[in-house]
Design a protein around this ligand. Structure first.
Ligand code: 5GP
Length: 203
């Protein structure tokens, strides 16, 4: 077959193409990347959405193996020790989150596009481990909108609000490290733009 011949003749081209089908969606806290990822899960089943392992407790309605693999600290330690995670990080100074490597390798080997919705620390680790991964940064429509989403409910005290805004500024400054910026004006449009990137990077 032609594709086999091409793989044999130009071996470097195939893995490069395969790796660029690895999409990472990151962005500042409260920008809505979880919502965009959930929308893609529902509307684009052809895209493999990575299921992370986490040490945090499930929220009502979250299903083990669908939204996360809920594990305890000992199991998370084991995943790290066995090299089973592509990346991992402590998020919001609280729980640990990590991306299981095996399901991603399997999906890529099947020719699928894989999407990771992870935090900035994780995105940087994926960049280091897989330089050809496509890194997408989700932006709020405006700074005011992000402020509104971060502190809008007004349930936090002044100190906590100030802390969140400082974090958001630092997170926004990371956008230059990314390959693509997508503005989350509305969820369906932002999701469609991510999906569009997935089909163009598969070529
Ligand atoms: P939540 O606990 O609200 O579901 O997620 C909190 C944060 O953890 C989100 O910013 C999400 O992107 C991040 N996150 C989820 N899974 C992973 C993962 O596997 N690795 C990393 N580094 N961050 C993750």
């Amino acid at each position: 077959m032609l594709s086999e011949w091409l793989d044999h003749r130009f071996p470097v081209l195939e893995p490069r193409g395969a790796r660029s089908r690895l999409l990472v969606l990151a962005g500042p806290t409260a920008v809505g990347k979880g919502t965009v990822a959930a929308y893609i899960r529902e509307h684009n089943p052809e895209i493999h959405l990575s299921v992370s392992a986490t040490t945090r407790a499930p929220r009502p309605g979250e299903i083990d193996g669908v939204h996360y693999y809920f594990v305890d600290d000992a199991e998370f330690d084991r995943l790290i020790a066995e090299g089973e995670l592509l990346e991992y990080a402590v998020v919001h100074n609280r729980s640990r989150y990590g991306t299981p490597r095996a399901p991603i390798d399997a999906a890529l080997a099947e020719g699928k596009t894989v999407l990771l919705e992870i935090d900035l620390q994780g995105a940087r680790q994926v960049r280091a481990a897989e330089p050809a991964a496509t890194l997408i940064f989700l932006l709020p429509p405006t700074w005011d909108e992000l402020v509104h989403r971060l502190v809008g409910r007004g349930t936090e005290d002044a100190e906590e609000r100030a802390r969140r805004l400082r974090t958001a500024k630092v997170e926004l400054a990371a956008q230059n490290e990314f390959d693509h910026l997508i503005v989350n004006e509305d969820v369906a449009t932002a999701a469609a733009e991510v999906v569009e990137l997935s089909s163009s990077s598969a070529r």
